[in-house]
Design a protein around this ligand. Structure first.
Ligand SMILES: [Fe+2]
Ligand SMILES: [Fe+2]
Length: 278
């Protein structure tokens, strides 16, 4: 791709609406073991939209707790810091993801639904594997394809070339890389870096199609890869490659195809609930 276009692409990464300033502050406080709940609550309450989102999402069918959550303080105490983080990312990413893609195939909201399904799947896989931070897996699953939002207008312009390449049986990711110098996974990684998300999240997004290339946090990359494969089978978005969950990879992780089937059933059961998040 011409240098000018690559520059424009990189610029659009920087312009992608980031997490709100309040959300960033709250996330920092949630990560800080020295912060107390009152501090977190006060920071959230400064932002009426975020406050409303937290109350709405924490009472949604997916997160629904045994009792109705009536205040932010209540939400933090009952759900805990890590769940509040998941809720904040879910709330903030809805408006970013929910727009009609023009280049990548898929109906309205297809990418958002795919992302939510991948988030839930990643958390369940992380739980099954005993991964130390299943909420981090959820967040990574939610964000894994965010690079597609940046590439979409370029994909739209290159529609014909892409169609031809895909018909020839080329790998969609390779086609992106050849045409735009970056594929959507690499762009997603750059977005995560730009948003100053933890490097493990950045790496897992960058390598969600080639998890064994990750060097720092292979496990999170593998979880995201498996979650994406599962999400492709349940709720595809974009150029769909045949989901390939190699049996050898699963057995290396101590998972079986039956485990993945069971997780898929749980994701399918949660799908209705997930749709209430948007
Ligand atoms: Fe992807
Ligand atoms: Fe995906």
């Amino acid at each position: 791709m011409a240098k000018m276009q690559v520059d424009a692409l990189i610029k659009s990464i920087k312009l992608l609406k980031p997490l709100s300033a309040t959300a960033q502050k709250v996330l920092k406080l949630l990560d800080d073991p020295d912060s107390d709940i009152e501090e977190v609550k006060d920071a959230i309450l400064l932002d009426p939209a975020l406050t409303a989102d937290i109350l709405r999402i924490s009472n949604s069918a997916y997160f629904a707790f045994r009792q109705k959550i009536t205040s932010v303080r209540h939400a933090i105490i009952l759900l805990g810091r890590k769940v509040i983080k998941k809720i904040i990312f879910t709330a903030q990413m809805g408006p970013v993801f929910k727009h009609q893609l023009k280049g990548y195939p898929g109906q309205e909201n297809a990418l958002w639904e795919h992302s939510l399904v991948a988030a839930v799947a990643a958390e369940l896989i992380a739980e099954r594997l005993g991964y130390q931070d299943k909420e981090q897996a959820y967040i990574t699953g939610l964000l894994h394809d965010i690079g597609k939002l940046i590439l979409d207008p370029y994909v739209e312009k290159a529609q014909k070339e892409i169609e031809t390449a895909l018909k020839e049986g080329k790998n969609p990711l390779k086609v992106e890389k050849e045409l735009f110098d970056y594929d959507h996974a690499e762009i997603g990684g750059l977005i995560a870096e730009n948003w100053q998300l933890p490097s493990s999240i950045k790496e897992a997004i960058t390598y969600h199609h080639s998890p064994t290339e990750a060097n720092e946090e292979v496990m999170l990359a593998l979880i995201t890869y498996l979650a994406d494969s599962l999400a492709v089978s349940v709720c595809p978005a974009g150029f769909v490659t045949k989901p390939s969950t190699e049996a050898s990879l699963l057995s290396e992780l101590g998972l079986t195809l039956a485990d993945m089937e069971e997780i898929t059933l749980r994701v399918l059961a949660a799908k209705e609930e997930i749709s209430t998040l948007s």
